[in-house]
Write a protein that binds this ligand. Structure first.
Ligand SMILES: Nc1ncnc2c1ncn2[C@@H]1O[C@H](COP(=O)(O)OP(=O)(O)OP(=O)(O)O)[C@@H](O)[C@H]1O
Ligand SMILES: O=P(O)(O)OC[C@H]1O[C@H](OP(=O)(O)OP(=O)(O)O)[C@H](O)[C@@H]1O
Ligand SMILES: [Mg+2]
Length: 297
């Protein structure tokens, strides 16, 4: 294959990962000329282009060297790795990207008992992920029949063509709608930046390193929250113990109230309502959770 001097990233043409993937690349300072319904988008500022494809094709395109990187669900990447066979280019997950979160799970009809993988012995399990399911069954030493379906896997038990399924679950709504219940989890998934284990030894390798650095900054900021609250000095220890992980908080005096302190803490992830309610119970008040737009340490 002819060597390329521009980096090429494969991403989903149209689907769940398209918008968030493009948004992430934009935040990394990458913009593209052609509209998204075209197959190829030319990078404007940096030498980075996009190839828009079906998500299932992304790992293969990287393995063949047609693309240098890809944004794809971990489920699709692992399925490819499990079925690619000997001699295929080894791919790796360079970064988890924090969107497209779901899990690959076993589900059984609601009325059926399930305690452990051995309960699936001699059963028919429908899935679009035969590689991952077979590997899991092997690991659990369970002999079952794997039925591969391209889609609408959830309907198989009702049609009588399978006893259980192995499919993606997010809210669980699709399972409930099909009178199924989640019984076991094979894989926690999210979109990842995938690429070959060894980076190209030319300018593309340098570009990938630059992109990884920008991605780290963007992901860190996206997940950070600034927590502001007021607390009395006596409640400070109890409040501080409940703060989500992050660097040491900053304490500021409150004008005219010597007993009170203003606390400012950078949190590494989302702060939930439940956490806020706990912190309030410990003595905090006037609480604000703010998104962080830019950060320069
Ligand atoms: N319900 C869900 N919630 C969150 N993420 C999901 C959900 N379902 C799937 N995903 C993740 O998003 C990825 C893309 O899902 P999507 O349904 O768009 O794929 P697709 O129908 O296979 O698309 P394509 O046409 O590109 O083959 C999945 O591989 C998975 O990683
Ligand atoms: O647990 P839930 O929140 O219900 O999500 C899970 C469903 O989402 C995905 O399907 P999608 O909605 O993409 O439909 P498709 O597989 O028919 O494309 C997946 O294949 C499950 O069927
Ligand atoms: Mg697909």
């Amino acid at each position: 294959m002819k060597p390329r001097d521009r980096l090429r990233i494969a991403m989903q043409k149209s689907g769940r990962l398209t918008e968030p993937a493009l948004d992430l690349l934009n935040r990394c300072g990458l913009t593209f000329r052609q509209s998204r319904d075209k197959l190829f988008c030319f990078g404007e500022g940096e030498p980075v282009d996009l190839l828009l494809v079906r998500d299932d094709d992304i790992p293969g395109l990287i393995a063949q060297g047609v693309c240098d990187l890809g944004i794809v669900g971990r489920n699709v990447l692992h399925e490819f790795q499990g079925t690619a066979g000997e001699g295929a280019t080894a791919l790796t997950e360079w970064r988890p990207l924090g969107f497209g979160r779901c899990r690959l799970s076993i589900a059984v009809p609601q009325e059926r008992d399930y305690r452990e993988p051995a309960d699936l012995a001699s059963q028919r399990i429908a899935t679009s992920y035969p590689g991952l399911l077979n590997a899991w069954l092997r690991e659990k030493q369970v002999a079952a029949t794997v039925i591969t379906l391209a889609g609408s896997v959830e309907i198989a038990p009702r049609l009588g063509t399978a006893d259980a399924i192995c499919d993606l679950v997010q809210s669980g709504g699709t399972l409930v709608a099909n009178q199924l219940r989640e019984a076991d989890v094979l894989l926690q998934s999210e979109a990842v930046l995938a690429g070959p284990q060894t980076l190209p030894a030319d300018e593309r390798g340098d570009m990938i390193e630059l992109l990884l650095k920008r991605l780290d900054g963007v992901i860190q900021v996206r997940e950070s929250r600034l927590l502001l609250l007021q607390t009395s000095r006596t409640s400070l220890d109890a409040v501080t113990r409940l703060l989500p992980g992050g660097p040491q908080p900053t304490l500021l005096p409150v004008a005219g109230q010597p007993d009170q302190l203003m606390l400012q803490a950078l949190c590494a992830g989302e702060v939930s309502w439940r956490q806020l309610e706990e912190i309030k119970k410990a003595g905090a008040r006037e609480m604000f959770v703010l998104p962080v737009e830019k950060m320069l340490a």
